[in-house]
Design a protein around this ligand. Structure first.
Ligand code: XIL
Length: 385
């Protein structure tokens, strides 16, 4: 019923063509409007973490209620050589979150990408045994989660272990340990901080076969008593793919399996793509051509309007699941900083985030505020059930 009321009110609001923009008279911020709906988060890069980009950290402080590190907590940065940990950036990131009352999540403990080469090999360069790899994983997870115990509230424990067809990714972790590496990682993270939330994070999780495999994994975890709190849906999408219906089905499926959903890395590329889907495998790149970089001088109005509409549609969808979708995190603050300018093609000008290159909010920011308020008003006015 709660969900129905939200959906109806938000739909009515859209039909009445609400004209509130991010620049206009309504000064309510996203963080204020979305309080009690879900956390609104952003990834932080080193310019922000090291205090050089105050224009965007001012936006983070006023508009966002959650942060995640874009890179500095990945294992290649935290433990570049075995046993040698580098904490400076991660420490500053966590302190920034605490000083500003933000919900801090850690990204990511175990991932086939951006893991230092030494992790998998011995002194001769041969793959290590299952026992050695387990020891290294356990040590990494225990040290990192233990350091931020009670301060980092949730962890992307395993990132991108399942493919679109529902099979296991043939990563070094999988080849050496089999699928059990995932359960082990969750167990060790839980032991290191029993109060931390634990997430499985991936892209393209709206593919039905992938979705079903993830649901199966969640069910098996629950049967075995292994803690898993939420599925992190990265949300690197484009103008065509995916359709909202598939996205809605996936969110519903995860919630029905007994976990929450967090949208963890949202961005919507405004640029053409040669792909059918919207994958985010960071090794899967394409070569540059001018034709694939059409908006270097700014987005044409019709494209900007379509982009804005699509972002609003996604937020409207996320608001259909009060209590089910617990966080929506954008993968960066302003367009100029987005990784999408270099992925999957280097050197393009993309427009995927909520703030433009001049750090101005796009119209959708005001629309998100209005949608959240309409939902809250409906809640307040709804008869108790
Ligand atoms: C990306 C960062 O944004 C880039 O700066 C970096 O060069 C590569 O990784 N899925 C993830 C993120 O889980 O960690 C990736 O972040 C984007 C895809």
């Amino acid at each position: 019923m709660k969900r129905l009321i939200y959906t109806l009110v938000i739909a009515a609001l859209t039909l009445s063509n609400n004209s509130c923009t991010g620049n206009g008279a309504d000064e309510t911020t996203m963080k204020e409007a979305l309080q009690g709906v879900f956390h609104i988060g952003t990834a932080l890069n080193l310019e922000q973490i090291q205090g050089r980009d105050t224009e965007s950290t001012d936006i983070v402080k006023s508009q966002f209620s959650a942060i995640v590190a874009e890179n500095c907590m990945k294992s290649m940065y935290l433990q570049p050589r075995e046993g040698e940990f580098f904490w400076d950036d991660a420490d500053r990131f966590v302190e920034f979150g605490e000083q500003n009352g933000l919900f801090v999540t850690g990204h990511c403990l175990i991932w086939h990408s951006q893991t230092p080469e030494w992790f998998f090999v011995d002194d001769e360069g041969n793959d290590v045994s299952a026992e050695v790899l387990k020891e290294r994983m356990k040590n990494h997870i225990t040290t990192v989660v233990g350091r931020y115990k009670g301060r980092v509230k949730g962890w992307d424990v395993v990132n991108e272990a399942i493919l679109e067809d529902g099979s296991w990714r043939n990563s070094k972790f999988y080849r050496i340990l089999g699928e059990e590496f995932i359960a082990l990682a969750f167990q060790w993270a839980h032991e290191a901080d029993p109060d931390a939330e634990l997430y499985y994070n991936d892209y393209n999780e709206w593919y039905p076969a992938k979705r079903d495999a993830i649901v199966g994994m969640v069910r098996r975890f629950k049967e075995r008593g292994i803690r898993i709190d939420a599925i992190g849906m990265q949300g690197h999408v484009n103008m065509e793919s995916p359709g909202l219906g598939l996205y809605r089905s996936a969110i519903s499926a995860y919630i029905s399996a007994g976990v929450k959903v967090a949208i963890t890395e949202l961005d919507i590329s405004a640029l053409p793509t040669s792909r059918r889907d919207s994958g985010a495998d960071i090794s899967d790149t394409e070569t540059y051509s001018q034709q694939m970089n059409p908006y270097t001088d700014g987005l044409p109005e019709d494209v900007a309007a379509a982009w804005n509409q699509r972002m609003a549609d996604f937020f409207r969808l996320f608001m259909e699941f009060p209590g089910g979708v617990t966080r929506v995190t954008l993968w960066g603050v302003a367009d100029g900083d987005s990784w999408k300018n270099d992925f999957p093609i280097r050197g393009r000008t993309d427009y995927p985030l909520l703030f433009d290159r001049q750090y101005q909010p796009k119209p959708v920011v005001g629309e998100i505020v209005a949608m959240a308020r309409a939902g809250a008003d409906a809640e307040a006015g709804a008869p108790s059930l």
